[in-house]
Design a protein around this ligand. Structure first.
Ligand code: ZN
Ligand code: ZN
Length: 217
């Protein structure tokens, strides 16, 4: 699996490009995100946009990418209604309006999204893991062959965790969700904000679980 990262501006989420066809989270600052993606691949070639959750800092540029490509938009079904909600998507907090169109694909968790053959000719998949807490419909995406986890705003590098005090949060589920992630073998962690952890990310996720147990008892 090939991962490219767009370095975000300000409070934008990280934007990841997988195998030059799938985009995970879109950020919200249109000019810099479009420019960043164009340096890696033509925007019209994007096939699928997966949002780890509905927050505007992750979904704000989805409309711009969808209008320039034939990409499908995918998100967990529990977060889908918030995409067009100025308040619940937190768009208003960023001084914006939620202009995201309805999603084409709704996940429940457990789906395996084929992403193509790796260098050894093995088909690779992103597995959808439902991790409610930060929002009710947060997902993480795990690629087992390369032991890579895209964690959205559920866990960050160095033991960080996402806020769980939004109206659409479920703080009581945060620790259980992170516990699910500790059952995976994660080498590379690509979070929704901040730097990735390349190497042994299991320790970082263990620390996140301890942090969540303290903050969301
Ligand atoms: Zn975020
Ligand atoms: Zn968020």
């Amino acid at each position: 699996m090939q991962v490219e990262e767009i370095i975000p501006r300000y409070y934008d989420s990280n934007v990841y490009i997988i195998n030059k066809k799938i985009v995970i989270d879109t950020g919200m600052t249109e000019a810099s995100v479009l420019r960043g993606i164009e340096e890696v691949m033509p925007i019209e070639d994007i096939e699928l946009i997966i949002l780890t959750h509905a927050h505007y800092d992750h979904s704000g540029c989805a409309n711009a990418l969808l209008s320039r490509s034939h990409a499908k938009l995918a998100i967990h079904e529990a977060d889908a209604p918030f995409l067009s909600d100025d308040t619940l998507s937190s768009a208003l907090s960023f001084g914006s309006k939620a202009a995201c169109p309805p999603a084409d694909i709704l996940y429940k968790g457990g789906e395996k999204i084929p992403i193509g053959l790796n260098e050894e000719g093995i088909m690779e998949y992103l597995e959808v893991i439902h991790t409610p807490g930060h929002t009710v419909g947060c997902i993480c995406l795990y690629e087992a062959n390369s032991k890579t986890l895209f964690s959205g705003d559920t866990v960050f590098s160095d033991g960080g965790i996402g806020r769980s005090d939004f109206r659409i949060s479920e703080p009581e589920k945060m620790t259980v969700s992170i516990d699910k992630l500790t059952k995976l073998d994660v080498k590379n962690l690509y979070p929704g904000h901040g730097l990735p952890t390349i190497g042994n990310a299991n320790r970082s996720i263990e620390l996140s679980k301890m942090m969540s147990a303290r903050m969301n008892p």
